[in-house]
Design a protein around this ligand. Structure first.
Ligand code: SFD
Ligand code: AMP
Length: 632
């Protein structure tokens, strides 16, 4: 530890994270900051060009309203999200993102992102809300714009600095910064700020992945995001919401290729080997989840659930009927061999590009398994659970609604505070993207748009609270580097560095967490089922794990990063179990099933569940918050 230099940085607005939301915030806050003398600093554990969920690229922009031309209204989108989340969404937040997102998509195009267009120059829609893109370089394009804006305003970006947690003001009344360390050099960082925006994405590897030894680390969600947003918010004392709404996507099996284009653009069917088209055969099951089960589009979790029922009944594997879909699309050209051949080539290349744009490994898997999508179907499967509130999950921070929407529809007054939007319940701590809950289906474009909005709101708040709060940073360096210190003291005690009675290496720790979550909190192994008794036992075991977190050992900065990632995952896990335990119903079968309360109970549980941690008292508190819609 003696070798670690301490670097102290003072700024006005600190943005933690370098993903879609953070890039949006950097762009907008740089603009407003430059006008108003507000300095902005961004810190990413990786490099924004290729960090976060969009690192590998994407093949679609999943949120585009197209309301300028009157195609859809903002209310249409609000209703869509309400329906997909089984009634649970903060409609002020969803509406706010929707009204800003189209402009953001137009900016992406201006910066050079190729969006598919048809012969009339109109965007090609995948589904009602999704646009097809050639998106391999999506993140590079977006981050370039953010970096240029930061540079133009004289702002600074710190790359490869891992943020551990918040620094609070001495009087505890607001956030005062963040602390972390370099993942390349022996440097410990203290960032002091007037306001902080938290945008460190969601979490993966909290649950045991389907691929373990043979393909460890393989998952749908990128391994770089490990629950840092949740940990940051928990430790700041901010209220969290929808922590039970994990996301389980159904994907092409083992390499996690996207299915959206197959279902929506190619109009493909999914079947099980033994049961036929599960969405048709099991339709009656949807009556049990009315009104959501009976309206369109059928919520993502219910689509998952019907497939899972077939798998449970031993009717698997599940297949995407790619060959059938391609044949259907090419059918109308059958009379003209030349046109037919051309159409087949076009469909074939679209099918491969869908993977090459965002999940290259799926294209490799297809090639290695001799799969030609026009010839035979491919296996699909439900993934393990992830935390990604910006997609079809809902977990994140509880933030203030946009002030101008107060009083609209039946929105509750309690959604609004602080005179600004997207601020957590901790003054000065803002959030966007996966770090904000109950505002699902914002995806890449909506996260960037929400980031822009939040960056602007944070600058406004700073101008109204323009002082650097006093704070206490003693002890933070020791805490951050404790795993290195422990390792240094005890290394050499055993013959194998990975096994030592005095410390625990981060991988071992992660395996323990994953086993616990898998077995008690409804992971793959337990068929996504849990119960009160299982959650309670899971929490007991989590307490032991928490004790052992003090014994994490790190041989170097790489290990140190793994140690903190896993500590972050552990707290995300606890927020999740506690919220599942509190909500005594099953609302999202297909994501998780509370076997002891197997039905949806709209009378008692059509509400948000919010969780908060008091770090001084080491106590969680949970509460229900009513849902107030913005429109019918
Ligand atoms: O369809 C720290 N998403 C898709 N969105 C679309 O619009 N189209 C698609 O095609 C999409 N698909 C998709 C999507 C996500 C994933 C995982 C896959 C496929 C495989 C959703 C979007 O990607 C998502 O909504 C946004 O990216 C969310 O934005 P944001 O900013 O909340 O998260 P981020 O972009 O992952 O960035 C997180 C950043 O935080 C950094 N970070 N920095 C410092 N310290 C720490 N401790 C940190 N921990 C994390 C990261 O480095 C990163 O910069 S589809 O197939 O589903
Ligand atoms: P995915 O590739 O599954 O992430 O899907 C991309 C987008 O399409 C998301 O907005 C999904 O909610 C939506 N989507 C995927 N499959 C379906 C489906 N079968 N019905 C309706 N929407 C879907």
């Amino acid at each position: 530890m003696a070798n670690f230099q301490t670097v102290e940085v003072t700024t006005d607005l600190l943005i933690v994270g370098g993903g879609m939301a953070a890039c949006g915030a950097a762009l907008e806050a740089s603009y407003w900051g430059k006008k108003n003398g507000v300095k902005v600093t961004l810190v990413d554990k990786a490099v924004p060009d290729r960090s976060g969920a969009v690192a590998m690229g994407l093949s679609a922009i999943n949120q585009y309203i197209n309301y300028g031309k009157g195609v859809n209204s903002l209310e249409d989108y609000v209703r869509y999200v309400r329906q997909d989340l089984m009634g649970v969404s903060r409609e002020d937040l969803v509406y706010n993102i929707a009204r800003h997102v189209d402009g953001t998509v137009h900016l992406f195009e201006k910066w050079g992102l190729p969006i598919w267009t048809d012969e009339n120059g109109n965007y090609v829609n995948e589904g009602r809300w999704q646009l097809m893109i050639n998106g391999e370089s999506y993140k590079v394009i977006v981050s370039e714009a953010a970096k240029n804006a930061m540079k133009d305003a004289g702002n600074e970006i710190f790359e490869r600095v891992f943020i551990i947690g918040p620094i609070m003001s001495s009087d505890g009344s607001r956030v005062a910064g963040a602390y972390g360390f370099s993942t390349r050099e022996e440097k410990f960082y203290i960032f002091k700020a007037k306001a902080v925006m938290c945008a460190m994405g969601g979490a993966v590897h909290v649950f045991k992945p389907r691929s373990t030894g043979e393909g460890l680390g393989r998952s749908w969600y990128p391994p770089f995001n490990s629950g840092s947003s949740t940990y940051f918010e928990i430790m700041a004392g901010a209220e969290l919401t929808c922590q039970e709404i994990r996301f389980i996507p159904v994907r092409f099996k083992d390499a996690y290729g996207p299915v959206g284009a197959w279902f929506l653009l190619f109009k493909s069917r999914a079947i099980s080997a033994g049961g036929g088209e599960y969405m048709a055969v099991r339709k009656a099951e949807l009556n049990n989840w009315a009104p959501y089960g009976l309206a369109k589009p059928i919520p993502a979790n219910l689509r998952n659930y019907l497939g899972m029922l077939d798998v449970e009944a031993g009717l698997g594997p599940l297949y995407m009927e790619t060959h059938e879909a391609i044949a259907n699309l090419a059918k109308q050209y059958e009379g003209d061999p030349k046109a037919f051949k051309k159409k087949m080539k076009e469909l074939e290349s679209e099918a491969w590009e869908d993977f090459l744009d965002m999940t290259i490994s799926q294209a490799i898997l297809w090639a290695s398994m001799n799969i030609a999508p026009e010839e035979k179907h491919s296996e699909i499967a439900a993934c393990e659970p992830y935390f990604i509130g910006s997609h079809s999950g809902g977990s994140g921070g509880w933030v203030s609604g946009p002030p101008d929407l107060k009083g609209k529809g039946k929105l509750l007054d309690e959604y609004f505070w602080g005179g600004v939007g997207n601020m957590t319940t901790v003054p000065g701590l803002f959030a966007a993207g996966d770090a904000t809950g109950a505002s699902s289906h914002k995806f890449s474009s909506g996260s960037f748009a929400e980031g822009r909005y939040t960056g602007k709101q944070a600058v406004k708040w700073i101008l109204e609270h323009n002082s650097l709060p006093a704070c206490e940073t003693a002890g933070l360096k020791e805490k951050a580097l404790a795993p290195i210190e422990l390792y240094e003291k005890n290394k050499g005690f055993s013959t194998d560095d990975d096994y030592n009675p005095n410390y625990l290496k981060p991988f071992m720790f992660m395996f323990r967490l994953q086993k616990l979550m898998d077995e008690y909190a409804g992971g793959v192994v337990s068929g996504f089922k849990t119960s009160k008794a299982l959650c309670e036992r899971g929490l007991e075991l989590l307490e032991f794990l928490k004790e052992d977190a003090e014994k994490l050992g790190a041989a170097n900065v790489y290990d140190l990063e793994r140690c903190w990632e896993n500590t972050h995952r552990m707290w995300q896990a606890e927020a999740h179990i506690r919220t599942i335990l509190f909500r005594e119903e099953t609302r999202w079968p297909g994501y998780y099933f509370r076997a002891d309360t197997p039905k949806m109970d709209n009378q008692n549980w059509l509400c948000f569940v919010n969780a908060k941690y008091d770090s001084k008292a080491a106590q969680w508190s949970m509460r229900k918050v009513p849902i107030g819609p913005i429109c019918d």
